[in-house]
Every structure is written in C-alpha cells, then in structure tokens.
Design a protein around this ligand. Structure first.
Ligand SMILES: Nc1ncnc2c1ncn2[C@@H]1O[C@H](COP(=O)(O)OP(=O)(O)OP(=O)(O)O)[C@@H](O)[C@H]1O
Ligand SMILES: [Mg+2]
Length: 331
C-alpha cells in the first residue's frame, strides 16, 4: 500500500495560505499579547516574517527568556496543534519520525501461529506493516493533515542533540516528506510552522541556520519585564513588581554563574505573593533567593551586605527612571 499524501494546494503566500495568520507586525504583537506573551518589536517581526514566508524560526537565547513559550503561545493563538520534539543527546531518527510497534507485531504473529488458520503470509506481513502498527513520532505527526491547519512544530533545545541528527533534521526541514519503505512516502499537505530553539550550549551548524530566520531572544529591558510580570503575576502590587524587576535587572549585571531569566522573575513574584510580602528587604531576599538563583555559589555571593547593595541600586534605578522625562513620555 502506498500512502502518498502529497501536497495538493500549498499557497504561494506562506504556510498553507491560512486565512487566520496575522497580517502585520502589529497584529502579531497584539495576538501574542492577548495570550499574555509580551514580545519586543524584533521578535514580533521575525514571527511575522516566519509565518508570512513559511520559513522555520530559529530562536537562540539564555535559559528562561521565553523561547519555548513563543511556540506554545503561537499554537494557542492560531488555534493550531502544538507538536513538540524535545531534543536530547542520542536522539535518533526512529524516536523523531516513526517506529514500528515490535511488541504488538510479535503478539500478532504469535496469535496467527497459534490459531494456525493457514492465513496468507503476505496478508499477515502487509497487516503487520500497516497503519495499526506504526508509532508516529513528532516529525511524522507534524506531517499529518489537520483540519485546523498546519500544526506548530516545536523542535526544542536542538543544541542538546548531536550533529548526525542535525544533518538528518536539515533534510526533514527542507521537504517535509518521509519515506517509510513498507508504506511509501508521506508528505505534509502544508508545511508546519516550525520553531527551533537552542540554549547555545554548542553552535548549531550554519547549514541548518541558513534554512531558518534567526533571532536572539535577549533578557527584556525594565519596561518589557514589567509588562510581562503584570501579565503573568497580576496580583503583585505595582510598587513591589517594580522592585522585583529592578532587582532582577540589577542581578543580571552582576558577575554570577547563572543570571535569572524571566521564568525566575515570575517564580519569585509568586513566592512573594504567597508570603504576603509588601516590600522587599535584605531579609526577605535572603529567604527567597532560591526562586531566582539556582547555584549555591551565586546564593553565597549574595549573602550579607551584597543583597542590600543590589537592592539599594535597584531602588535608585527605579527613582532615576521615574524622573527621566523620556521614560515618562512613554508611559
Ligand atoms: N515575553 C514573555 N511574555 C510573557 N511571559 C514570558 C515571556 N518570556 C518568558 N515568559 C515566561 O517565562 C517562562 C519561561 O519561558 P520559556 O520556558 O519559554 O523559556 P526558555 O527560553 O524556553 O527557557 P529554557 O531555555 O530554560 O527552556 C514561561 O513559562 C513564561 O511564563
Ligand atoms: Mg525552553
């Protein structure tokens, strides 16, 4: 049986010509904001272009800056299915594309032998290598037709895989078709919306990057992190939110083994809410540091007078910002 699910009508205008794709960069920003994701102009621009041109989007950046979240948010906002391929060392094509269900095949063979019906061996073989015994892994899953439109395919933390898998992926991303010897060729009716992320623990090969639009997801500036915190921890009092963000921003300028990401800012805010904290103090910071710093050396560095020094600096930054006319204009 040949399953040639070749494309019938991929639009020239981008991902399947879907009508619900945002028509401008502003529309992308609004669409993401409606889901609580605050994108800066640069990110909104590459997302728009990636959707418009049907090109994979390659996002690199530090941990906890919103790389994975953008794929989840896009899927929700566009009403598409999210398919996630979590990368790890040793990931191979079988785990990424498809496998045969050997255990079920063995049971079927044993059952056929036991019943001894003399059934046609060819028929049995055809059945064993049919749809029922095929386990679809994320890449094959992303090639299946879906009435909601092409899914969002998140290839997360690509830097964790090894180079042979990267080379394999390069091919998969170029034509979205896979040949299963026993079944035939499966081709996506329209290419999925692909988001690839990396924490840059190693450089991803140029060939793969060249196929994608690239964006470095940076830590947000004060204003954007305030917007994110307001969206994600709306119950935190505005003054405390400012202190939290200013403190985290100041921490990112310190010489630490691992700087806190946005995820840590949100976690910390939720911890402070749970403890009914109304004001930051060196004592509160010392008690809750585990929400923002995850290495003992970093935590030790902030013991004693260091936390107070950074808190004073954070407060000075807030006061400076509030008398800066250019920032007042923006608010
Ligand atoms: N721009 C943003 N707007 C709203 N929330 C955000 C934003 N960026 C990050 N977040 C929040 O931070 C959390 C962590 O983000 P995410 O898991 O996407 O980070 P990541 O970059 O994939 O990190 P890692 O490299 O550790 O996987 C998200 O669950 C989300 O709540
Ligand atoms: Mg992630």
């Amino acid at each position: 049986m040949t399953q040639d699910r070749a494309a019938s009508g991929q639009s020239e205008t981008g991902v399947g010509g879907s009508t619900d794709l945002p028509g401008s960069i502003d529309a992308v920003e609004q669409m993401l904001a409606a889901q609580g994701y605050v994108a800066d102009r640069g990110l909104a621009t590459v997302v728009f272009l990636s959707l418009k041109l049907g090109r994979p989007l390659f996002l690199e950046g530090e941990a906890g800056v919103g790389k994975t979240e953008i794929a989840k948010t896009l899927a929700t906002a566009l009403g598409r299915r999210l398919i996630r391929l979590q990368c790890y060392e040793g990931l191979d094509a079988a785990s990424a594309v498809y496998e045969w269900n050997f255990a079920a095949q063995m049971i079927a063979i044993r059952t056929a032998e036991a019943s001894n019906t003399g059934a046609d061996r060819d028929a049995l073989q055809a059945e064993l290598f049919g749809d029922d015994y095929l386990i679809r892994r994320p890449l094959l899953e992303a090639m299946q037709p879906d009435p909601r439109g092409a899914p969002v395919l998140l290839i997360d933390e690509l830097d964790r895989t090894d180079e042979p898998f990267e080379a394999f992926l390069l091919e998969a991303l170029s034509d979205f078709q896979v040949t299963i010897p026993e079944l035939g060729t499966v081709k996506a009716p329209e290419p999925p919306i692909v988001i690839v992320t990396s924490n840059r623990t190693r450089e991803v090969h140029d060939a793969l990057k060249r196929r994608c639009l690239y964006h470095w997801v940076d830590y947000p500036d004060f204003d954007r992190e305030m917007q994110i915190l307001t969206a994600r921890a709306p119950d935190l009092a505005p003054r405390l939110s400012q202190e939290v963000v200013a403190f985290v921003q100041a921490l990112r300028t310190e010489d630490l083994f691992k700087h806190p990401g946005i995820a840590e800012t949100i976690d910390w805010a939720n911890c402070l809410l749970a403890l009914d904290v109304i004001d930051l103090s060196p004592e509160v910071i010392a008690d809750t540091l585990g929400a923002i710093l995850k290495y003992q050396d970093d935590i030790t560095r902030l013991q004693g007078s260091e936390a107070k020094r950074i808190l004073d600096q954070a407060r000075a930054n807030i006061n400076e910002a509030s008398v800066d006319p250019s920032r007042q204009d923006r608010t």
